[in-house]
Write a protein that binds this ligand. Structure first.
Ligand SMILES: [Zn+2]
Length: 376
């Protein structure tokens, strides 16, 4: 069965890779989304990775997907993406440049707040640059560092917190954030401006959603037909993007995020987020990072966790929201799925549990639908 993978860091990683021409061929990959992830942020480094991608497509014979019609034909297809909107460097012209270079999806934030919006876990980070401040420090590369703390665990526990401790936004979002009274929109308008978030009292450090510049970026991405990716984002950022998606009718994605109800980590999506994502016609890519799956790191434990994830997402969001976002080469090897060559075994295993129709949707049909709609 062919598959689409919405996220790999193979462009960035040096050394032995899980995603190679050989492993993609063995795995039956139809489309791999290669992310430009630059630990130091910047446009210049991102453009170097764009050039690397272009050369790789030529040398490996990948079919470069820039629009829906490029999804035709046999062979391995490749799409260029960016992980971390700090690549835009606060200048909307750079977004246009990235689009010209062939970028068709961008993860708005990585593991720190940037000038576009807030990261998962509701961290408030100081800001520096002049036009649209960016973070001072870049943490070491690690896929996710925030274990879910008690106060953001699940919707019900949040609801029971005293008002001044509800620092995540789960409790205010509903079908439409835009319809909320102004004083209930706890997304981050109030923390924008030049004053540092870090100086806010603890109970006002609510998670950062989209900044005004972030809203401009998202709207422009919609116009350019570049998919908006909320993986790594805060809950507030998720709901801000969802409100835009409802208004514009353009689907968005969480390219490599699992379900929080099955594995409590801020990198994973809450049930309400999964429902809204499905309602907006988007997809979430199953992430193979064992930290986002289960404390049982054995092959059997990881397989069970993936089955639990799929079962839960099916129940909550339905079969049209499922996709794959392996995160190969951005994560330590998963004991169950080590490389792209393991994908046929994974899909066969899933066919023993779920109807083949569902596995086809998970493997490629849903992601293809969203890419066709979003990239045009
Ligand atoms: Zn990532």
């Amino acid at each position: 069965m062919k598959y689409i993978d919405l996220h790999t860091d193979a462009l960035t990683k040096e050394g032995v890779l899980s995603v190679t021409e050989e492993s993609l061929k063995k795995g039956g990959c139809f489309l791999e989304c290669f992310a430009c992830f630059t630990p130091r942020g910047g446009l210049c480094e991102t453009l170097k990775l764009c050039n690397k991608f272009e050369k790789m497509c030529v040398s490996s014979g990948y079919r470069w997907v820039k629009r829906a019609e490029d999804l035709e034909g046999e062979g391995i297809h490749a799409m260029l993406t960016v992980e971390g909107g700090e690549a835009v460097e606060g200048n909307i012209k750079n977004l246009h440049l990235l689009h010209e270079k062939g970028v068709r999806m961008m993860t708005l934030v990585w593991n720190f707040d940037n000038d576009i919006g807030g990261t998962h876990g509701g961290r408030a980070v100081g800001r520096t640059s002049t036009a649209h401040p960016v973070p001072r420090a870049h943490p070491e590369r690690s896929e996710g560092s925030h274990r879910l703390t008690d106060f953001v665990l699940g919707d019900s526990s949040v609801a029971s917190l005293p008002q001044n401790e509800r620092v995540s936004t789960d409790f205010v979002q509903g079908p439409s954030v835009a319809s909320l009274p102004q004083n209930e929109r706890v997304s981050t308008d109030f923390v924008l401006g030049d004053s540092s978030v870090a100086s806010l009292p603890q109970n006002e450090r609510r998670s950062l959603g989209l900044t005004p510049f972030g809203r401009e970026v998202v709207e422009r991405m919609g116009e350019l037909r570049m998919l908006v990716d909320v993986s790594h984002g805060s809950d507030a950022l998720f709901f801000d993007v969802a409100a835009w998606s409802r208004k514009s009718g353009i689907p968005f994605v969480a390219s490599h995020s699992n379900a929080r109800a099955v594995c409590a980590h801020t990198r994973n999506l809450s049930d309400r987020e999964i429902k809204i994502l499905a309602d907006c016609g988007g997809v979430m890519g199953l992430n193979f990072y064992d930290e986002f799956l289960s404390s049982d790191k054995s092959a059997a434990g990881q397989k069970s966790a993936l089955i639990a994830q799929i079962s839960h997402i099916l129940k909550v969001g339905g079969e049209d929201v499922l996709a794959i976002g392996s995160d190969f080469d951005g994560i330590p090897q998963n004991a169950y799925l080590k490389t792209a060559a393991d994908m046929p075994r994974f899909l066969e295993d899933m066919c023993e549990i779920f109807p083949s129709r569902v596995v086809e949707k998970l493997a490629h049909a849903n992601a293809e639908r969203v890419i066709r709609e979003g990239v045009g």
